[in-house]
Write a protein that binds this ligand. Structure first.
Ligand SMILES: Nc1ncnc2c1ncn2[C@@H]1O[C@H](COP(=O)(O)OP(=O)(O)O)[C@@H](O)[C@H]1O
Ligand SMILES: O=P(O)(O)OC[C@H]1O[C@](O)(COP(=O)(O)O)[C@@H](O)[C@@H]1O
Ligand SMILES: [Mg+2]
Length: 320
């Protein structure tokens, strides 16, 4: 192993830069050369890359986004796109590839592994926290903290004006962000795509809370549950209490990574380099019960990460 490639792919996540820095510096320590591909899989398809050195990753640890840029790349779904990428890797004499991204990027990496023999190490980085076999992705903690800070502010106006707020958070089709944000912000209701609910359930909780003396409330809704504007309208119509929708949106994807996201980036990045040097199978780096370890790439993409539903019960009990 002499030369490794590195790519950030899919939606950016705070801490991707910290992960790039960690991989580059860990690889340099082990006398490896590092080639950074630009704009996700596009950089592999079009051979857009540059050499990275310990100094070229100075001053990026604390910033969100990714200095390598990223993309969602349609061409990578095609055989032609995958073959071009394999050729680019061979052309640049790459022996191992570190893929920093989410579930989609790892599905892409698995598809790429059919076209090349080079070893692949995945580093989970997505705000959605939806990578199977891994307790926490780089960027998740930052996104959750950003959303919680916003909800703390929304509480001020909700309480002052005796209103209910539906707060929509990201997470694509999954509820990991909504669950963590809802729990940490004391939301009265948390709605996730993994658990079916009816408008009557939501309205019932709001009405019960009013009877208990709670004149305002927060409903944290994952974007994957459907139309949150309609939900907010229905809540107002059926409870008689004013309801507003606040969509937190892309701010959740940006900003300075928290210490937690930076820590994970450092530990995962170092382990990825170690993995490329020592293991024969394509794997992703994961956090399991506080320990940094690995699982096979194939196993991770074949399975769906479960949501811990007991935390919904905990949040409900605490918000009584
Ligand atoms: N099954 C697949 N085959 C080939 N490429 C894929 C596959 N799934 C995802 N990809 C590639 O990985 C990219 C990143 O995945 P995406 O879901 O957008 O983000 P993330 O990695 O953050 O989950 C996609 O834009 C696409 O180029
Ligand atoms: O950036 P886009 O294409 O608007 O996609 C938005 C999606 O990206 C995310 O912010 C992050 O998802 P990924 O990590 O899978 O890219 C999701 O929460 C959201 O649904
Ligand atoms: Mg994803």
């Amino acid at each position: 192993m002499k030369r490794i490639g590195i790519v950030t792919s899919g939606g950016d996540a705070p801490g991707m830069n910290a992960a790039i820095r960690a991989v580059v510096r860990a690889a340099h320590t082990k006398d490896l050369e590092i080639v950074g591909f630009e704009r996700g899989w596009e950089g592999l398809i079009n051979n857009k890359c540059r050499l990275l050195s310990p100094r070229s990753v100075s001053g990026i640890l604390q910033f969100g986004g990714t200095i390598l840029h990223t993309s969602r790349c349609l061409e990578f779904w095609t055989k032609d796109g995958l073959q071009k990428s394999a050729e680019t890797l061979a052309f640049n004499r790459i022996d191992g590839l570190v893929v920093i991204g989410g579930d989609g990027s790892f599905n892409g990496a698995q598809a790429l592994s059919k076209e090349t023999d080079i070893r692949i190490a995945g580093v989970p980085a997505t705000i959605d926290n939806d990578v199977y076999g891994n307790d926490e992705t780089i960027g998740f903690d930052t996104a959750v903290n950003t959303a919680v800070a916003e909800i703390d502010k929304i509480r001020d106006t909700a309480a002052s004006m005796d209103r209910v707020f539906v707060v929509e958070v990201m997470g694509r089709t999954r509820g990991f962000i909504a669950l963590a944000v809802g729990l940490a912000s004391g939301a009265e209701t948390i709605l996730v795509p993994e658990v079916k609910f009816t408008i009557d359930d939501v309205v019932g909780t709001v009405k019960q809370n009013v009877q208990k003396g709670k004149k305002s409330g927060i409903i944290v809704a994952a974007e994957g549950i459907g139309d949150t504007r309609e939900l907010s309208r229905d809540v107002e119509k059926l409870t008689g209490i004013e309801s507003r929708l606040s969509v937190l949106g892309y701010a959740q994807r940006g900003g300075n990574p928290t210490a937690r996201s930076r820590y994970l980036a450092g530990a995962f990045g170092d382990k990825a380099v170690e993995l490329l040097l020592e293991e024969r199978i394509n794997s992703i780096i994961v956090l399991q019960n506080g320990k940094v370890t690995t699982i096979s790439l194939e196993e991770s993409v074949r399975n769906k990460k479960p949501l811990d539903l007991s935390l919904l019960d905990l949040a409900r009990m605490l918000a009584t």
